[in-house]
Design a protein around this ligand. Structure first.
Ligand code: FEO
Length: 171
């Protein structure tokens, strides 16, 4: 059985994961209308992954005798000054999510909820991957700079990342 505090903290994280899915969906749309097919495909994939993160936690809360909440979500930004700005936003958002997961882990220890602590380890590992991936992409974008040919290749390249990330464990 989840404590009240643990349940609230998990429901807050469920909202953050749902908002992450919306943020990346907005990024997918921004990229798609700009003709950046590969980047759009990557963002649609990221959005799906975040929904999977949300659902995994949602089901866990109900499984442990709590009640998973469907919350109102903030509207994400839908305009970006550049591809670089968009990926910087993605990276910063993932760092924020990692901090939030760390805080959840901390709460699970304070509540002596070792089942939740164990459950959260999957998210800890996932955040390491997501941050590393965002960092790699940003490095590439910085290398390309304003080179149009490089950007074209990058848009093609990033499709590979979508294939890799979509084989992440399911719910
Ligand atoms: Fe579910 Fe990318 O954090």
């Amino acid at each position: 059985m989840l404590s009240e505090r643990m349940q609230k903290a998990l429901n807050d994280q469920i909202r953050i994961e749902a908002e992450s899915s919306q943020i990346y969906l907005a990024m997918a749309s921004w990229s798609e209308v700009k003709g950046l097919e590969g980047i759009a495909q990557f963002m649609y994939g990221q959005s799906d992954e975040e929904r999977m993160h949300m659902l995994k936690m949602f089901k866990y809360v109900n499984e442990r005798g709590g009640k998973a909440e469907v919350s109102e979500l903030n509207k994400p930004a839908d305009q970006y000054g550049s591809i670089k700005e968009m990926f910087e936003t993605l990276f910063k958002h993932e760092v924020f999510v990692s901090q939030s997961i760390n805080e959840l882990v901390h709460i699970s220890l304070e509540e002596k909820d070792y089942a939740t602590h164990n459950f959260l380890q999957w998210y800890v590992a996932e955040q390491i991957e997501e941050e590393a991936q965002a960092r790699t992409i940003l490095d590439k974008i910085n290398l390309i700079g304003d080179d149009k040919g490089g950007l074209y290749l990058f848009d093609n390249d990033i499709k590979q990342l979508t294939v890799v990330s979509s084989v992440a464990p399911g719910v």
